[in-house]
Design a protein around this ligand. Sequence first.
Ligand code: ADP
Length: 529
Amino acid sequence: MNKTLRKIVLILAAVILLPIIFFMTNEITTLNENESVINRIYSDQLDAILFSVNQYSEDIISSWASQNEIFLNENLTETEIKNFFSSHTSLTMIFEADSIDDEKIKFIQPESLADQNDEHNSDLLNHNIKSILSEKTDIIKRLYNYQQQGFRKIEPFADSRIQDTNLLLFVSEADNNKKIYGLLVNPQQFIQKNLSPKIQQIAGNEFVISVYDTLKSFQFNSHKEIDLPKIQQEKALWIFPDYRLGISLFGTTIEDLVNQRTKTNLILISILTLILIAGVWFVFRNIKKEVELAEVKSDFVSNVSHELRTPLSLISMFAETLELNRVKTEEKKKEYYSIISQEANRLGRIVNTILNFSKMEAGKRQFNFVNSYLNDVAENVYGSYKFHLENKGFAFKIIKDETIPIIKLDEEAISEAIVNLLDNAVKYSDLPDRQAGQKKEIIIRTGLENNFAFVEVEDKGIGIPETDQKKVFDKFFRVSSGLVHNTKGTGLGLTLVKHIVEAHKGRVELNSEIGKGSIFRLVIPLSKS
Ligand code: ADP
């Protein structure tokens, strides 16, 4: 890469690429931040729902606790007790202890259970609860503290000694009369009987709220659907330490939505980045082309000077020789005249090429289309070059397809194009360092191809490397490798050829192989006729 291009690359990187990278990184980070804010807000909402379930279950237990003292009243009748427990089926027992060391803890339980419990069982229960209480002295102390501040806290416990039930402990301290109370509640029954209506109401049709134990051996769901969505968020159930609350969303979850959104946004950002990078690439390529063109233009000046100088010096040299009467034989004189006229023609052609090119560049070149026979145009060029080329030792042929109909052509322009091709065919076949096997042979061929007529010039010259085949039609371009460096030219001939054919709504096809030769075909549509 040369200096100018390196500079351009640096400028492009600094002015376009860096801001793009900065912008994209900024976009992606803000996107992530936005998504995490959405996620946080949503997760807070789910938390609030779970909080309300927790609050509700605590309220139920709290209301039971409020009725506790009444039901421990000794004057209660059997029926009153029975009615209480039958309306609170998940409650299996209530107890009251005067202190942690109370010898005779007072129990009250449904008749059915009491019946089953013999003396031994009752003792065992007494013993178990006592031992639990003695382990919780700290907590009970804390409960008294709360109580003194006017707040009744209910402390839950799960313990293997009370089997399927959970213990909910609270205290009271009325008139300096301290009491410890306990409710033994069956969590699964509580969830199914007391909590389920509320859960179903909160869940509605948008969420599924589930309650399950930590081992997942029990699970209650607000909906009975078979395909339950994945639990999105969970929280502990305050009143039962071994149970948890979970919430999930029907259909697309917010997480899915957020993921989906992030994905779409990332794709859009990537596409945008690609487009911007493609834009930068495009700008770079154009600038690179311009820089190359500028370089090639400077070569052009030296090439043209050389192109003009050679015929000029030949003309002046031979004219001088003739003027000084130094040529003795008529034959020699004739030869010199012919060289002068050939070189003058060459000069004329170079000047014409440059003039035509500048007209073409300015968009001022006019074409004059008339009904013509392509064969006649080719034949005329062939006629005027035959002698010259054969003199140079070329086998020069024309092969015509006589079925080509009349088409609309600018005869002069097409002749100019064929002449340019012939010039090249000569220049690039007739090199001083010719390789063995390269024949000096040029063929002009006309023909038909679908709806097109064509005229082509074939040579057995040096050929064009494949990588350069597209570029040879670019203005000022000259193949810089191989044997060509000795041959001078303007690099405009093929540009003009292409321009002329395109003005006829046609195209140029190139078929060339290094060391074997080239065929340039001018393809012109018949529909022009
Ligand atoms: P130039 O004045 O250099 O001949 P052109 O535009 O006519 O400019 O051709 C461009 C380049 O294409 C030439 O410099 C040469 O390298 C290559 N070229 C054109 N015609 C032929 C050919 N018949 N055989 C080999 N190379 C060719």
